[in-house]
Design a binder for this molecule. Sequence first.
Ligand SMILES: [Zn+2]
Ligand SMILES: [Zn+2]
Length: 347
Amino acid sequence: MKKFLIYLVAAVVILGGLLRFSLEFEGMQDTAIDQMARAAMKRNAEGLPNPDALRVFMCGTASPLGVGRAQACVAILTPTHFYLVDVGAGAGAEIQRANLPLERLQGVFLTHFHSDHIAELYEVNLGSWVRGRPEPMRVFGPRGVKSVIDGINDTYELDRGYRIEHHGEDLLPGHLGKLVHRTIDEDLVLEDGDLKVTAYIAEHDPASPALGYRFDYRGRSVVISGDSNVIDETRRVSDGADLLLHDALSVPLVTTMAKAAKQAGAERLSKIATDVLDYHASVQSIVALNDEIDIGMVGYYHLVPIPVTIVQQKFFERNLPENYVVTDDGDWFELPSNSDEIKHIRP
Ligand SMILES: [Zn+2]
Ligand SMILES: [Zn+2]
């Protein structure tokens, strides 16, 4: 048996080596790329499974000024709905990797206008325009959304012109390339068939007003905090929800970084690290929610700082209740309609 295993491993290594060597030849490269393109197109055409569920995809779990993850982005899908909450840098790639149905993207809800929440708005708009979205992309946000969207539309006016001229108005109708905005306040902000979206006022001064959102679909619900401390509004809106996705800051990690920066003479970095302590929810305050309200599952996202090592990840996992998870880019949550099942799927 042992001998057989040694032969098997040796055969796999040799075959792998031969395969790698064969890619030095152009004929093999042509064949490989043809197969890969066919597989990608087939995957595109097949689309995603589409169960009757409220599905949540983590297209970005990072905060700003770090590496290794995409910035804030959460996708909400049902068989007939597809909305995004925030679109930070790197989110577009995560959305494409997961093959989300950009052709039926209905809109983006912005929590506030820090760069890590809006950086790839236009990239996602372009991706869904190219894929044939039938309506202009709507962007919902608190007061200030008009100037952000007007600015983006102005900035990319030339880009839209080039693309329309190159591919033709039939393929890329000009009015579908321009974002449209809607200023919203707290309360019910959208009712779209069985999907209901409610906004609430978050605490993220001086980025104010900032909003969090609750999505309700056929007896299931998810709350997305955006950037905020845990406040009474968080408790009120999340009480009874199935899933809460909350921005999470590890106080020991941030204070250790601030101290180390100060000792190294990096005063600017030290001040920035200290400043962020007052406007993101500490892990401790989110854990406390588990005793304060009735909640199905909690996922940390918009992690401050972005954990790039296992040790940093462990800080976020300290005292983690059983129904809590530290999310990562590419994670899914699936909440089948009219049930109480919550699946956390990590590909
Ligand atoms: Zn942020
Ligand atoms: Zn922010």
